[in-house]
Write a new protein. Structure first.
Length: 314
């Protein structure tokens, strides 16, 4: 058995989906799925404290970065004391998890001798699935990975097959952050296409673009998914007033059509692990509720619709 440290929630979920939960010896402070990982040592913590709201969090992040300080702190001594065989970290997003440089510094000359360091940086859907294989190879779970990927790819294909029968493909905007406005790039445009929408405002594989108010107006969105990165559903719903101020919701056709959805941006969409397929199913239900009522029921706890009058409904 390997001794595994995962410093990324998505990687923790992949490790557990591969049947290696009992080999985890440490995780990040953000790892919360499955629930059993709550008993494991937490090796990181946020350095920005109690900042709240889109603008407050953004300002705290920018102020910390301007001072040249890390956004996340790593317990290097505890990491070394755990003597891991495999450490999984990321190099995609500086504001999402502890930096790869900090992990390298903490492990020092253990890397390549006692410890394998797996660095993840997916920007496309295929790369998310490929990360499952990379993790599996590092921890000796290749056979389990083949079964997991067959299941995930089958579910993706099923969404695409059903979405073909949609009578329209709504122009869809996915929103990564609300103040300042950032749109969902990376794998999000691919998910929109598979779910039966036309992604607008962002291209697959690119990091979150920050459009101007005029550019936002021109997107003419017929469907909108608000899924602020790292915010649970309750916190995302609390940001609706911000969305009304920073987005042209009243002028986009989406609101009148009842196709504005607020979703859990912590559990879904922004976590490139096995639940990326749950996110696709949720998105399909948001875009085509008539075709994907079963998915709407399955993921009902993780999203809410905004009615044309601005009220929140299930």
């Amino acid at each position: 058995m390997s001794r595994i440290v995962s410093l990324l929630p998505a990687a923790t979920e992949f490790v557990c989906a591969l049947g290696a939960r009992d080999e985890l010896v440490g995780v990040s402070h953000e790892c919360d799925e499955p629930a059993s990982v709550a008993t494991l040592p937490r090796l990181t913590r946020s350095a920005i404290g109690g900042a709240a709201g889109s603008r407050g969090i953004d300002e705290a992040v920018r102020a910390t970065a301007a001072r040249g300080l890390p956004l996340f702190e790593l317990d290097a001594a505890r990491l070394r004391a755990l003597a891991p065989d495999v450490v999984i970290a990321q190099e995609l997003c500086e504001v999402c998890a502890v930096s790869l440089d900090d992990v390298r510094a903490a492990l020092g000359d253990r890397i390549g001798r006692e410890t394998a360091l797996v660095a993840l940086a997916p920007t496309r859907l295929d790369e998310v699935l490929a990360d499952a294989r990379r993790i599996a190879e590092a921890i000796g779970r290749e056979r389990e990975c083949a079964a997991l990927l067959d299941s995930l790819r089958g579910r993706i294909a099923e969404v695409g097959r059903r979405a073909v029968s949609a009578w329209e493909r709504p122009r869809t905007v996915t929103v990564e952050w609300l103040d300042p406005v950032m749109l969902g790039g990376t794998w999000m445009p691919e998910l929109v296409e598979i779910a039966g929408g036309e992604p607008v405002g962002a291209a697959a594989g690119e990091k979150a673009p920050q459009p101007t108010p005029l550019e936002l107006e021109g997107l003419d969105a017929e469907a909108v998914v608000l899924k602020p990165c790292g915010l649970g559903l309750a916190d995302a719903l609390a940001e609706l007033a911000v969305a009304r101020r920073t987005l042209p919701l009243g002028r986009w056709p989406a609101l009148a059509r009842g196709r504005v959805v607020v979703a859990d941006g912590s559990r879904h969409f922004n976590r490139p692990g096995p639940r990326i397929v749950d996110s696709l199913e949720l998105l399909a239900a948001a875009l085509h509720p008539d075709l994907f009522a079963d998915f709407a029921r399955r993921h009902a706890a993780d999203f809410r619709r905004v009615a044309a009058d601005g009220s929140v409904v299930r």
